[in-house]
Design a protein around this ligand. Sequence first.
Ligand code: SF4
Ligand code: SF4
Length: 338
Amino acid sequence: MNHKKINKKDLGNLLHQWSKDYTVSVPSSEGDTAQMGLWDGRDIGFLDWYRNTAKPPKANFLPPVEEMFRFQKDKGGYHLDLPPEEGQQLIFGIRPCDARSLAILDDIFTDAYQDPYYLPKRNSAVLVGLGCLKPYDSCFCTSLGISPGESDDVDLLLTDIGDQFLIEEISDKGKQLMELTAELEDATEDDTARAREAKGKAHDKVTRKIDTQHLRHKLLSSFEDETYWEKVAAKCIACGICTFLCPTCHCFDISDEMVKKEGARFRCWDSCAFPLYTKMPMENPREEKWQRVRQKVCHKFEFYPMAFDVIACTGCGRCIRLCPVNWDICQTLAQLPG
Ligand code: SF4
Ligand code: SF4
């Protein structure tokens, strides 16, 4: 295939071109947190610090807080105003693990119903991936069939080959984007070989592993092992960070805010780690912390695969890196009895 390349210093021009047709997001820092945020039209300094965002790109499709509609009440009843349609997003720099997480989330948002908030954003978005050449110690994506430098889940894939990026068209959307993009230099065979070498090295840098064989069976047989789950859950403080920042966790709560006769309905991220989870519509069926920790693990590695034939974990390592008490999902899986 005919690949293209671009000098890193010209990346701003490329983003500028794309920003005429798309709302472009790039890795951005917000306080102490990195997330995919709106590009300011100038800065490509993220290339110097970016490894991965703390807040995963699910936030671009399932925002932490999202207004679903506004309402007013009068004698005729309730009148609803839907939010305006958003422009097409182009997410630049998404990592292969996070692109896979969106493919995993698509299953849940298209299963029993077609989610009218997630899907329009997701279907119109273009994902420009950036191969991850410096995985963290906490990453274990290769155990989940993901390679940090490769992706079938993006539209274009860029690979750092020194002063330049190699650009590969992955999907039809990516091809169309390249047709709209001013002519770029063709990559040489040498460029492609350098990208291949960089991808291979990145793959080898992921040394943390989990064994997914027989995992469902092990989780099933240890489900009632209260002693094990209590031991595993002992240091968890139920802060919910691991679920909020997990790219595949997708629980949300819905609430209305109303002042006098008008208001808005919102949905916002929720977490099965919280004692109050599902308390409003019913009782939390998992009163004990160990039950909630067990739920988090089993949902990803047992229940989601039963429903959709895919493990709901990409090995991104956020839940390990960002947990305030160093709770480690890999340890929990490795030490499962049975
Ligand atoms: S981030 Fe750590 S402490 Fe917080 S809920 Fe998750 S495992 Fe528990
Ligand atoms: S469970 Fe942890 S490693 Fe797996 S996708 Fe979620 S945050 Fe990443």
